[in-house]
Design a binder for this molecule. Structure first.
Ligand SMILES: [Zn+2]
Length: 305
């Protein structure tokens, strides 16, 4: 049953994947650790993969993407002043991928509440320290499918290509039932693979859903963060490069729960456990930082505007 599967939260780190799986049965917390030593030993929530289709990004790739982004901004003639002035409304297309029997058929009220959560979180409403990122969201359309395979996220490239709407600036959100809480694509992959661009989110993580600790709608916030070009705050572990955002202190690994005062790196600053790009509980999430807002704006100008 879906609910029993969701009881166990376990992190799986593979050579090609930093995805976090919801493992079954509940007792199983497999720790498949392969070469990413600073991630060892951490259980975690499951705001899983990212990348074109949930792969991890190496430091070399990070540097290449950063160079490419700078070049694109130069090529497009985007000035610093223009970046600061970014104030964007993102159209959101919600694709409800329900099962034949109606499982996962979230209500319009839940979808409206999800959009409200995105707006509050990206506006910085949850903490006086939080940045207003300049991004807001409006529901552009909802469609509903009753297809067991799609509901289970099978043939995901196919169903995404068949149902995706809008251009590079449109956030497509597919609500499915899979072992993750969510998976996102990055903006720099849009040109190569725009047909699958968007975020897949577990339908039961929406406001009013039943996944304990992850049912306030912040999985979509986290995944949208990736979609804007943000890395996890623990990207690269305890390194200076880390997530390429200077006001999110480095952390060695993802956070589970809401451990106040966690400090997992010798580098300055406590772990940013309240940051939407960590793996903390929904009610522990309160902020994006000004640095993340600025990175998102640059990425938007480079790849989505
Ligand atoms: Zn993530």
């Amino acid at each position: 049953m879906r609910t029993s599967k969701l009881l166990a939260l376990a992190m799986v780190v593979g050579a090609t994947s930093l995805n976090v799986a919801l493992a079954a049965p509940a007792q199983a917390r497999p720790a498949v650790l392969d070469g990413v030593s600073c991630l060892q030993g951490e259980d975690s929530s499951a705001r899983g993969g990212h990348g074109p289709d949930h792969r991890s990004i190496s430091a070399d790739e990070q540097r290449a993407i950063a160079r490419q982004t700078k070049a694109r901004l130069r090529q497009k003639g985007v000035t610093r002043a223009e970046l600061r002035a970014t104030d964007v409304t993102v159209p959101v297309y919600v694709h409800v991928m329900a099962a034949d029997d109606g499982t996962g058929d979230v209500t319009d009220a839940q979808i409206a509440a999800q959009i409200d959560v995105l707006n509050a979180s990206f506006a910085g409403d949850k903490s006086p320290d939080a940045a207003d990122t300049g991004f807001s969201f409006t529901l552009a359309g909802t469609d509903r499918f009753y297809n067991n395979a799609w509901h289970k996220d099978r043939s995901s490239a196919k169903y995404r290509k068949a149902t995706r709407q809008g251009g590079a600036n449109a956030l497509n959100m597919w609500l499915v039932d899979f072992k993750y809480l969510g998976i996102a694509t990055f903006p720099w992959d849009y040109a190569r693979n725009g047909g699958i661009d968007g975020i897949r989110v577990h339908w039961d993580s929406l406001p009013g859903g039943s996944i304990a600790n992850y049912n306030l709608g912040e999985t979509a916030t986290h995944e949208a963060g990736h979609w804007f070009g943000l890395y996890h705050t623990f990207q690269g572990g305890c390194t200076a490069l880390n997530d390429e955002v200077s006001d999110t202190p480095a952390q060695s690994s993802s956070t589970s729960g809401c451990p106040e005062g966690r400090d997992s790196c010798d580098l300055p600053g406590l772990d940013p456990i309240h940051n939407f790009m960590d793996y903390s509980y929904d009610d522990c999430y309160t902020e994006f930082t000004p640095g993340q807002a600025s990175r998102s704006q640059s990425m938007w100008a480079a790849y989505r505007a």
